[in-house]
Design a binder for this molecule. Structure first.
Ligand code: 8Y7
Length: 284
C-alpha cells in the first residue's frame, strides 16, 4: 500500500483526496468559454487555481478531446515551457499532460514534477523519457485513438479489461525500474467508452483500481455528465462536482478538475461529515 506519491520536488500525502486543476494552453480547448491559449492567461489561470486550493496543476499544450488536431512537439513545447517557467514557484507540483517522449524530456528538464500520459506510456521511448527522473507518472487507460475512440467503444467486461490494462501498464513501468511510489493510475473516463461504460467504471471504481497504486480520475465537464443532464460543457459544474465527490467516496486520490474552488468546497464539507473534529475552530 501507499501513503504518498513521489512527485518531483514534492512528496504528496494521499490521506485526503487531492485536487488537480486543469491549465490548458491550447487554442482549441475543450471548454470554449474559457480558452487559455495565451501563455500569460494560462499562468494567471494557474495562479488563480492555486489560490482556489489546487494541490497540483496539470498543464496541457495539446487538446485531447475526441477529434482534436495533432500538435507538433516544437509547437507543444512553445506553449508549455513558458507556462511551466511562470508557474514553477506557485507552490504546487506541476504536471504536464503530454504523450510525446521529447516533450516529456524537455518539460522535466524545465522543472515539471509529473507526467500525465493519456497513452499510458505505451512506447519504450515514453518510458525511457521518464525512467531516470523522480517525477510522478499518471498512466491512463484509453481504448483506440483520440480521433476515433468514441466511434465504437467495445468491451466484453469493461471493469475487468480496464483493470487488466492498468495492472499490465504499471508492471511495464516497474519492469523498467520505476519505483512504485511514482505511479498513479487512471481509468480514463471518456477515452473510448460509452456513457454506460463510464458510469459502470465509476460505480465499480474500487474494483477497477485495486489497491496497489493511487487512483486519479478526470470527470470534469465531460460528455458523460452532459449526456445525462442535457447541458453543454459550460453548464456542467453541478454534475461535475457530484461526479468528483462520488469518485472521492469510492477512494479516488487525485481529482482532475476545471472548477477547483467548487470541488474543494465539496470535499471540505464531505471531510467534515466524515470527521466532525475538523469543524474545531470554525465559528457558529
Ligand atoms: C483526462 C486527462 C483529459 C483524464 C487524465 C478533458 C488530459 C479531456 N482527461 N488526463 N486529460 N485523466 N489523467 O475533458 O480523465 O479534460 S483531457
Amino acid at each position: 500500500m501507499f501513503a504518498t506519491l513521489q512527485c518531483g520536488r514534492f512528496q504528496l500525502s494521499l490521506k485526503r483526496p487531492l485536487v488537480m486543476g486543469v491549465v490548458n494552453v491550447t487554442p482549441d480547448s475543450f471548454f470554449d468559454g474559457n480558452v487559455h491559449f495565451r501563455v500569460n492567461q494560462a499562468i494567471e489561470h494557474g495562479l488563480r487555481l492555486v489560490q482556489d486550493g489546487a494541490d497540483i496543476l496539470d498543464i496541457g499544450g495539446e487538446s485531447t478531446r475526441p477529434g482534436a488536431q495533432v500538435v507538433a512537439a516544437d509547437e507543444e513545447l512553445r506553449r508549455l515551457l513558458p507556462v511551466i517557467q511562470g508557474l514553477l514557484d506557485a507552490g504546487v507540483p506541476l504536471s504536464v499532460d503530454t504523450c510525446k517522449p521529447e516533450v516529456m524530456r524537455q518539460v522535466l528538464h524545465a522543472g515539471a514534477d509529473m507526467i500525465n500520459d493519456i497513452r499510458g506510456f505505451s512506447s519504450d521511448e515514453a518510458i525511457q523519457a521518464v525512467q531516470d527522473a523522480d517525477c510522478a507518472l499518471c498512466l491512463m487507460h484509453m481504448q483506440g485513438e483520440p480521433r476515433t475512440m468514441q466511434q465504437t467503444p467495445c468491451y466484453d467486461d469493461v471493469v475487468a479489461e480496464v483493470q487488466a490494462y492498468l495492472a499490465a501498464g504499471a508492471q511495464r513501468l516497474r519492469d523498467a525500474g520505476i519505483a512504485a511510489n511514482r505511479i498513479a493510475l487512471d481509468p480514463g473516463f471518456g477515452f473510448g467508452k460509452t456513457v454506460a461504460h463510464n458510469y459502470t467504471l465509476l460505480n465499480q471504481l474500487p474494483q477497477v483500481m485495486g489497491d496497489a497504486y493511487p487512483c486519479m480520475v478526470g470527470l470534469s465537464r465531460k460528455s458523460m455528465i452532459g449526456a445525462l443532464t442535457g447541458r453543454p460543457a459550460s453548464q456542467r459544474l453541478g454534475g461535475s462536482v457530484a461526479a468528483a465527490l462520488a469518485a472521492a467516496v469510492r477512494g479516488a486520490h487525485i481529482l482532475r478538475v476545471h472548477d477547483v474552488a467548487d470541488t474543494v468546497d465539496a470535499l471540505t464539507i464531505w471531510s467534515a461529515i466524515n470527521d466532525p473534529t475538523l469543524t474545531e475552530g470554525a465559528r457558529a
